[in-house]
Design a protein around this ligand. Structure first.
Ligand code: NAG
Length: 312
């Protein structure tokens, strides 16, 4: 296989928030990470900087080398990457993100993993889907990254779904806006993997139902349509989806039509799915995330059943 393992030093000792790495002009393979002070990190990108925004969030210690093994456009503005992470010390839970270190780029990216933990366990692969923005890591991914490019990744985040075999079975309602679909697709895929194991082997965690509500601008910006519909068709009794488009201007194709609603996800729709056994996972632009988490709280859903992640 072309994707070979690379040694990366462990960067983390103590507070992650105070560490920023830079490998400007140097190859990852030569372990050329340099530590910058907090002050230089603060001058980078104001409040949109991933490291600042997530400074207090739990991270793993392992910084693992990763090699780009696949790249494709998922939509006109979103590029999907497949990365080989050979280091077995690297693992993640469905819903978590990675710090994304690029040699020669001083700003560290933060991207949710959209693949399932099982893909990592079986093939040592993770997938990311990154929207085009002016943020340096996104620019690098869209303009410079090629097959074989080497980066490094570190897992973090407190937004995840990781039920243990003996845990009570729960229904999930996943609410996604735009590229907020990424961590929720990982959760959807993980739920399907758990259900498959339960059906095939009678072991593991018994899933309840999973219902995805996913809103995007139009059908070209609805990511992973095929992946989502394949899961819905594989497990019609367990997995359902409702895809929303807010600014569609063209005709919707016949195969997509049954799943599409024109207009936003409404609070009423979500309210209809409240029950004691249901966990809500919300990821989208901050106003949308705030709106639904507040609505659910107002409807007396316990806070511990409402998980959310905002993206900027
Ligand atoms: C969706 O919006 C983008 C950007 O405005 C546009 O380029 C694309 O053609 C639209 N797609 C559809 C199916 O309307």
């Amino acid at each position: 296989m072309a994707c070979a393992a690379i040694m990366i030093p462990r960067l983390l000792r103590g507070s992650v928030g105070a560490i920023c790495t830079q490998a400007a002009g140097l190859s990852v393979t030569r372990s050329a990470w340099r530590h910058l002070s907090l002050t230089s990190m603060m001058t980078s990108k104001g409040k949109t900087d991933h490291l600042e925004r997530t400074a207090s969030v739990v991270r793993q210690e392992v910084v693992a080398a990763a090699q780009v093994c696949g790249a494709a456009h998922e939509s006109p503005s979103v590029k999907r990457l497949r990365l080989l992470v050979a280091d077995r010390g690297f693992s993640f839970k469905a819903g978590q993100w990675v710090d994304f270190f690029i040699p020669g780029v001083s700003v560290v990216g933060g991207f949710s993993i959209c693949s399932s933990p099982r893909l990592l366990a079986q093939e040592r692969m993770i997938e990311l889907a990154v929207k085009y923005t002016n943020h340096p890591p996104s620019l690098w991914i869209h303009n410079q990254c090629t097959l074989g490019s080497e980066v490094a990744v570190r897992v973090g985040g407190e937004f995840y779904f990781d039920p243990q075999p003996a845990d009570a079975s729960r229904n999930l309602v996943l609410i996604a806006g735009g590229v907020g679909i990424n961590p929720l697709l990982s959760i959807l895929r993980h739920s399907a993997d758990l259900h498959r194991e339960w059906v095939d082997k009678g072991s593991g965690h018994e899933m309840g139902t999973v219902r995805l509500f996913y809103s995007a601008k139009n059908t070209s910006e609805l990511l992973f349509q095929k992946n989502i519909l394949d899961l819905v068709n594989e497990f019609p009794e367990k997995i359902a989806c409702s895809l929303h488009v807010t600014r569609q201007t063209t005709q919707i194709s016949a195969e997509l039509e049954p799943y599409i609603t024109e207009g936003r996800i409404t609070e009423k729709t979500i309210r209809d799915h409240i029950s004691k056994e249901t966990l809500f996972y919300i990821c989208g632009p901050p106003p949308m995330t705030d709106f639904f988490s507040k609505q659910l709280e107002n409807s007396h859903v316990p806070r511990e059943h409402i998980c959310f992640e905002k993206w900027w």
